[in-house]
Design a protein around this ligand. Structure first.
Ligand SMILES: [Zn+2]
Length: 318
């Protein structure tokens, strides 16, 4: 945690990507401003159609309720319908603030902190973060860089047995295997072309599992960099160029052959999970990975990651 804070202090976010807590407070002073924002996101041209009248109708804001009503028949439309806010009794502004906090940290934010800052119960804070996190996955993301690093990492209780690289023995069920793939300089990642990451909780680290993830996420004919672990054997027969570094022999970089990018991501997540979240159960691990990946993949957006989270909430409304 301390490491993270000092890193943030050194980080300078360019002016146009800065979005401070003051900016937040002036853009969203109350629930009404949040509702108006939500309406503009979900109905860019305004609410123009009434389902009940089956006609174009003007709508007006209903006093005292988070809704807009048809001028003619009074039928109501809520911009919160279908979103994670819909059935929540927590104020919309608090939801926005939780998203703001989640977007403005590199290391993650704990439910404890929002509880301290805003006075909501721990349970409410925890539930809000859980629901926001649940929207941050990228099921269709494919890495389009020609160079991709791939590695597995193990999360969970302290390792009892296993080899030097931290791979637990096959029978150690206290550890959860996570498989990561990361681009080196992706073409389409936002703005600066920094590479994107995908981290997936896996049932095991067998050849079948690892090859399956590669196939699903990495374009054919890319170069995949891995270590010497035997489950990566045969990637070259799947149409990839496969380059490996021999970690067990103490070699970590050989020319362009290394897995430092993905290792950097693992240490970011592990610092956060142990420092901020203390420990994360297997059940929720994927959503935490999604949160870290979402931020990592937008790290050149500065504090505007908040806006991306808001957008995501609207995109995923049902
Ligand atoms: Zn109507």
């Amino acid at each position: 945690m301390a490491k993270c804070l000092s890193m943030n202090r050194r980080q300078t976010i360019p002016q146009h990507l800065r979005y401070t807590v003051n900016d937040f407070n002036s853009q969203f002073p109350d629930d009404d401003s949040c509702l108006e924002f939500l309406k503009e996101q979900r109905f860019p041209n305004g609410i123009t159609y009434c389902e009940k009248c089956q006609k174009e109708r003007k709508h007006h804001r209903v006093t005292g309720r988070p809704a807009y009503a048809c001028d003619y028949c009074g039928s109501m439309v809520s911009p919160m319908a279908g979103t994670i806010f819909e059935k929540s009794s927590t104020s919309l502004r608090l939801w926005f603030y939780a998203m703001y906090l989640m977007g403005s940290t590199r290391c993650g934010i704990s439910a404890k902190q929002i509880q301290r800052e805003t006075g909501v119960t721990y349970k409410t804070a925890w539930r809000m973060f859980k629901q926001i996190r649940s929207l941050l996955n990228e099921p269709d993301l494919k890495l389009d860089s020609q160079s991709v690093e791939m590695d597995e990492s193990y999360f969970g209780a302290r390792r009892k047995r296993g080899n030097k690289r931290g791979r637990p023995s096959r029978h150690d069920s206290s550890k959860t295997c996570v498989v990561g793939v990361v681009e080196r300089k992706g073409k389409t990642s936002v703005a600066t072309g920094k590479g994107r990451v995908i981290a997936t909780v896996a049932t095991d680290a067998t050849r079948q599992t690892l090859h399956g993830i590669a196939k699903e996420r990495i374009l054919p004919e890319s170069t995949i960099f891995t270590d010497e672990y035997f489950s990566y054997n045969g990637l070259d027969k799947q149409g990839y160029t496969h380059k490996r570094i021999n970690h067990s022999a103490g070699v970590y970089v050989m020319g362009d052959i290394h897995t430092n990018t993905i290792e950097g991501f693992w240490s970011l997540v592990k610092r956060g999970v142990s420092g901020v979240y203390h420990s994360v159960s297997r059940k929720y691990l994927q959503t935490y990975l999604d949160e870290y990946s979402f931020r990592y993949n937008r790290r050149d957006q500065g504090n505007l990651i908040f806006t991306s989270i808001l957008q995501r909430v609207c995109e995923r409304a049902v």
